[in-house]
Design a protein around this ligand. Structure first.
Ligand SMILES: *[C@@H]1O[C@H](CO)[C@@H](O)[C@H](O)[C@H]1NC(C)=O
Ligand SMILES: *[C@@H]1O[C@H](CO)[C@@H](O)[C@H](O)[C@H]1NC(C)=O
Ligand SMILES: *[C@@H]1O[C@H](CO)[C@@H](O)[C@H](O)[C@H]1NC(C)=O
Ligand SMILES: *[C@@H]1O[C@H](CO)[C@@H](O)[C@H](O)[C@H]1NC(C)=O
Ligand SMILES: *[C@@H]1O[C@H](CO)[C@@H](O)[C@H](O)[C@H]1NC(C)=O
Ligand SMILES: *[C@@H]1O[C@H](CO)[C@@H](O)[C@H](O)[C@H]1NC(C)=O
Length: 513
């Protein structure tokens, strides 16, 4: 990747660009005083060449075809390329770009939309999709972003306005991670195959994000996401913990910290020990639908297999992790406890529907992929990935799977660690999801070991409502809140946009649901 600084559209002159390149190189070749204003300082030092605002208030940029490239002395191996875009929401400042990490060999793509309410005061939120390997643009265009994919050819630009977008009250960025996902890419085929490795890149990304948009620095940061697959319960606790730990190091060393304010996990799998029990309740009990939909004979088969599945998982994945034995345990559990569901033809993300379209079960997937692959969309976004867009990358998924990433680390320990340190968590789940179902989530949260655990256990469930209607059930204690969204599948904001937005609005306002 060529290292260019402020783009030619601002300069108009290649020579000037080269001069700048040298200038910026000099800045970073010499030791630079580390400060929160580092990026401002380095930008202002070449303001006489490019007429960029000295404080790098990016809203000063006009929509253009080219990226402006920024480096930060605290992250010498990283740089960010960012452009203003008219994509999706023309009522706010919107940007897309790449964070080039690890000496520029890995490129993480992001979309950033300022809040529709008060960008200068509202919190900042990160959204990621899971998989592992699925693009956050699926969440953007199908669920909670400022625009939704146009499914009936009614719009000239491929998208329609989403009145329930979470950027109604928060500045929000969508990150395609790790490399290989969505429009993120690597130059030399590097891959990231574990959550713990991915956390380092996400941490670098978030730091540079706040340096690139200094008007947001110190602003409360919420990490949110949904698994879209089965990894979010893994990703977010690990990412948030890494950020928390790095903050402590930064404090000691007098460097700026990230204002990690909460973590929101939608339909994740965090503690794998409850997953299959939950699926049994969804299929054979009345946890999702009024009448169990699985055949009695399959339910008997499942019920018989459950204790063995639990014991095998406990022995080979949980109490002690052995990759060969754990893989065998998971294969047994899937055989006995999941094949019945797959055979039913139902949508794995929504038991009330049949699976349509591709294996991801939603027609939107193909339309979104086609839309994002259009040359004009790629141009609008400034995509530089050599790859075509795919909703979920098989290769990335396979890499994580080879490491049994889902089973290798008990993510509930990260959750407990964060709660003990006062980081609030919202664990929410649509009740129609089968994959990362709400029962499995309730069970692991119930048995989570942390100081507030007993008090959480004593709390009563209560309904939470939107416009006087029951939206789901919730309970909280300490920093922990659990909530269901009634009648929503895995993609909660897709199925229940009004309720989801109400939940987010209350959460970022630090109110009870
Ligand atoms: C640079 O920007 C300032 C403030 O926006 C403006 O007054 C000035 O004319 C600009 N200079 C050039 C050379 O474009
Ligand atoms: C389809 O178009 C109609 C208006 O013609 C609109 O009301 C509806 O929301 C659209 N549906 C989708 C899924 O885009
Ligand atoms: C959408 O509309 C455009 C123009 O109105 C038309 O050319 C195109 O074939 C339509 N696409 C579909 C899938 O209906
Ligand atoms: C795209 O088109 C829709 C309907 O035609 C419109 O409401 C929306 O504002 C447009 N989006 C952008 C980003 O211009
Ligand atoms: C984090 O955000 C809260 C809420 O706005 C604020 O009170 C606090 O000072 C911020 N902390 C830091 C370290 O910036
Ligand atoms: C992208 O898709 C096009 C059309 O399907 C295909 O010709 C091309 O080889 C693909 N590119 C890559 C890098 O896979």
């Amino acid at each position: 990747m060529i290292f260019l600084t402020v783009s030619t559209f601002l300069l108009g002159l290649v020579a000037a660009a080269l001069a700048q390149f040298q200038l910026l190189s000099n800045v970073y070749d010499t030791p630079t005083r580390v400060s929160a204003d580092g990026i401002k300082a380095s930008i202002s030092s070449f303001k006489h060449i490019a007429n960029v605002s000295t404080s790098l208030h990016l809203s000063a940029l006009a929509p253009g075809d080219d990226f402006i490239t920024l480096k930060h002395p605290r992250f010498p191996a990283h740089q960010v390329r960012v452009k203003k875009t008219e994509f999706c929401d023309s009522t706010v400042n919107a940007y897309t770009g790449y964070l080039d990490v690890d000496s520029g060999a890995k490129h993480l793509f992001f979309y950033f939309f300022e809040s529709r309410r008060d960008p200068a005061k509202d919190d900042v939120m990160m959204w990621i999709n899971g998989g592992p390997g699925c693009s956050s643009s699926m969440g953007l265009l199908m669920e909670l972003g400022p625009c939704s994919i146009d499914m009936n050819n009614s719009s000239s630009n491929g998208t329609v306005w989403n009145p329930y977008s979470w950027n109604n009250e928060a500045n929000i960025f969508f990150l395609d991670q790790p490399v290989g996902v969505g429009y993120s890419y690597a130059d030399y085929g590097e891959t990231v195959e574990t959550t713990e490795d991915a956390a380092k890149n996400v941490h670098a990304f978030v730091n540079i994000f706040f340096d690139t948009f200094p008007q947001f620095s110190g602003r409360p940061l919420h990490l949110s996401g949904e698994s879209y697959g089965v990894s979010m319960g893994r990703y977010l606790p690990a990412f948030a913990s890494y950020i928390y730990d790095q903050n402590q190091i930064a404090k000691v060393e007098g460097r700026p910290t990230l204002n990690l304010t909460s973590v929101l996990i939608g339909n994740g799998i965090t503690d794998i020990s409850t997953l299959y029990q939950g699926r049994y309740e969804i299929e054979c009990g009345r946890a999702a639908l009024e009448v169990p939909f699985q055949s009695i004979s399959n339910c008997v088969r499942m019920k018989r297999a459950l204790p063995r599945c639990d014991a095998a998982m406990r022995q080979s994945c949980i109490d002690r992790f052995d990759s060969i034995d754990c893989r065998a345990a998971v294969a047994f559990c899937d055989d006995e406890l999941s094949t019945g569901y797959w055979a039913s033809g139902r949508n794995v993300y929504d038991v009330s529907k049949m699976c349509i379209g591709d294996s991801l079960c939603y027609l939107e997937n193909m339309v979104i992929s086609d839309f994002l692959n259009r040359p004009e969309t790629r141009r609008l976004l400034g995509v530089e990935s050599p790859n075509n867009f795919t909703a979920c990358s098989r290769d990335v998924g396979a890499g994580f799977s080879a490491h049994l990433d889902k089973y290798a680390v008990p993510s509930q320990f990260y959750v407990a660690g964060l709660l003990e340190r006062g980081v609030p968590m919202l664990i929410y789940a649509g009740t129609y999801d089968w994959q990362c179902n709400w029962v499995a989530n309730k069970l692991w949260v119930d048995k989570l070991e942390w100081t507030g655990g007993e008090d959480y256990g004593r709390q009563a469930w209560r309904d939470w409502t939107v416009d006087g209607e029951k939206a789901g059930e919730t309970k909280s204690s300490g920093g922990l809140t659990f909530a269901t969204i009634r009648g929503a599948g895995h993609m909660v904001p897709h199925d229940k946009p009004v309720e989801s937005f109400a939940m987010i609005s209350r959460w970022v306002a630090r109110r009870d649901l």
